[in-house]
Design a protein around this ligand. Structure first.
Ligand code: NDP
Length: 498
């Protein structure tokens, strides 16, 4: 295991290829893509793109592994043991995995060690437990027939992950897929292959050959070859809404199930009767965690008019004190944006907001240093209909809007193409219940930011996606139900031609 004293950059391989059928694919030439350390903008590694032939090899490997009854028909105890051993191996390699995640995604390493890697290991332990509690369904028709439902793995799963939190998001998909006896091919974002390459290698020390494969490359090439492959049985995708539509079209053409977890522009509603200090902490956490690059971000902060100026003033004061810097440093609170292009995308919203009459409250500039850093940013938007309140910026960028009462807050929260999560802060129980149920999202957090209960469904409505993760929801997606009916009495049959 690598330790805290080694040079973090030594952990990044010079070339990342694909991992197919239990081994790294050799240097095949082909298209190469540089990967950068967002902390200084330097190239740290190169990725060799998997072409359609390599994707096909990966799918065939996964199919062979799936067809082996030793895997798909494995006893639950044995599968649980595999999942728990993977979790232990992730824990044992936590420092290396966290460093690789930081080197590619720019998330502060201290946070990755404390959250994402812990969550990655927990995802495997979670499904180890969940598969032992699979509920059954049995019906008895009169005294004559018994009908029961069994669940079976679906087959070969294509798993597609985004760049903003590769370990936590991809591990959830891999864990759920293999827990139910499927095999899979994981495609990380071309921007962030490093941590997932190591995770797949670690998993393959424990799983049979071909159960977990990895293909690296761009979405338009490797990704689309994977989702369009005729022998892929299901697709689980996390990423942007437009890509989600493309994935659903491919799934529709081939009639295969797809779950798409997409973007968000979540409302964070602060009522005047909230615990103000807690709401302030929560608002900062929900927009600035993970360098602001998270689907769950509370990026539209709706504040009741009687406390608006005071709340916004205190938010800005705290935002100005946030330590932005090297994500490998333990002092840093917000690291760099994941890529130069994405940094420009975020900063373009300063002009967009101002052109629609918004006031820049704080931030709005790149830091004058190497790497893709920006100041934590907040704007005061004249209206919830403005672009800065309607479009996913996906960075440390908060938009404040004022509301007058609960009905106004509900209206604004729902005035969005997205519906992933929502936050609300009030000490009035009736209001908390009423408002939380009236907002159209897949999930609401009341007086707390971002607590994930993995057994509960997670996923969005509207343009935030289709499908859910969670104990029951993941089982429903990664298994197929089969109904069997059998007579349990001597039931006479019609006798055609007798
Ligand atoms: P993208 O949609 O650009 O990419 C997601 C993944 O899909 C990447 O691996 C990408 O590859 C791949 N991809 C792109 N085009 C295709 C294609 N035609 N066929 C198959 N695969 C393709 O999203 P980002 O990576 O930019 O991630 C950020 C987005 O993800 C945000 O909108 C965010 O809200 C959302 N997200 C949603 C979450 C949720 O749970 N709801 C959680 C986290 C993020 P490549 O990058 O190599 O092009």
């Amino acid at each position: 295991m690598a330790t805290g004293t080694s040079n973090p950059f030594d952990l990044a391989p010079k070339l990342v290829t694909s991992f197919i059928d239990g081994q790294w694919v050799g240097d095949q030439g082909g298209h190469r893509i540089p990967t950068f350390y967002p902390g200084n903008g330097q190239i740290i590694s190169e990725l060799q793109e998997a072409d359609a032939n390599e994707v096909d090899r990966a799918v065939r490997s996964a199919r062979r592994a799936f067809n082996d009854p030793k895997w798909s028909g494995m006893a639950i105890e044995e599968r649980q043991s595999i999942l728990c051993r993977i979790a232990d191996a992730i824990d044992a390699n936590a420092y290396e995995l966290a460093t690789l995640e930081t080197l590619n995604a720019g998330i502060v390493r201290r946070d990755v060690l404390g959250r994402q890697v812990v969550r990655a290991a927990y995802n495997f332990r979670f499904f180890a437990e969940v598969i032992s509690q699979q509920p059954g369904q049995v019906w008895q028709q009169n005294k004559d027939y018994l009908t029961f439902v069994t669940r079976h793995p679906v087959g070969v799963a294509a798993l597609i992950a985004p760049w903003n939190s590769p370990l936590a998001l991809a591990s959830m998909k891999v864990a759920a897929a293999i827990a139910y006896g499927n095999t899979c091919i994981l495609k990380p974002s071309e921007q962030t292959p490093l941590s997932l390459a190591r995770m797949v290698e670690i998993i393959n020390e424990i799983t049979p050959v071909g159960v977990v494969n990895l293909v690296n490359g761009r979405g338009q090439t490797t990704g689309s070859a994977l989702v369009d492959h005729s022998d892929v049985d299901l697709i689980a995708f996390t990423g942007g809404t437009e890509t989600g539509r493309t994935i659903m079209q491919a799934a529709g053409r081939r009639l295969k199930p797809a779950a798409v977890e997409l973007g968000g522009k979540s409302a964070n509603i602060i009522f005047a009767d909230a615990d103000q200090e807690r709401a302030l902490d929560g608002a900062l956490v929900s927009i600035f965690s993970n360098n602001g690059q998270q689907c769950l971000a509370g990026s539209r902060i709706l504040v009741e008019d009687s406390i608006f100026d005071d709340f916004v003033g205190r938010f800005v004061e705290r935002a100005r004190k946030i330590k932005v810097g090297d994500p490998l440093s333990d002092e840093t609170e917000i690291g760099p944006i994941a890529s130069a292009r994405h940094r420009e995308h975020i900063l373009s919203y300063v002009d967009i907001a101002q052109s629609q009459g918004a006031t820049l409250l704080t931030g709005g500039k790149a830091l004058d240093r190497d790497g893709y850093y920006i100041e934590p940013t907040a704007v005061l938007a004249p209206s919830n209909g403005d672009r800065v309140c309607q479009e996913e910026i996906f960075g440390p960028f908060a938009a404040f809007v004022k509301f007058s009462d609960a009905e106004d807050a509900i209206r604004m929260a729902n005035e969005s193409q997205f519906g992933l999560v929502g936050y609300l802060w009030t000490q009035n129980v009736d209001k908390a219940l009423r408002v939380s149920q009236a907002i159209r999202t897949g999930l609401m957090w009341v007086n707390t930011p971002m607590v994930r209960e993995l057994r509960a469904p997670f996923g969005g409505v509207k343009d935030s996606g289709l499908g859910r993760d969670g104990a029951t929801s993941s089982m429903a997606f990664f298994t197929e139900e089969k109904t069997t009916t059998i007579p349990i009495a001597d039931v006479p049959l019609r006798k055609f031609g007798a």
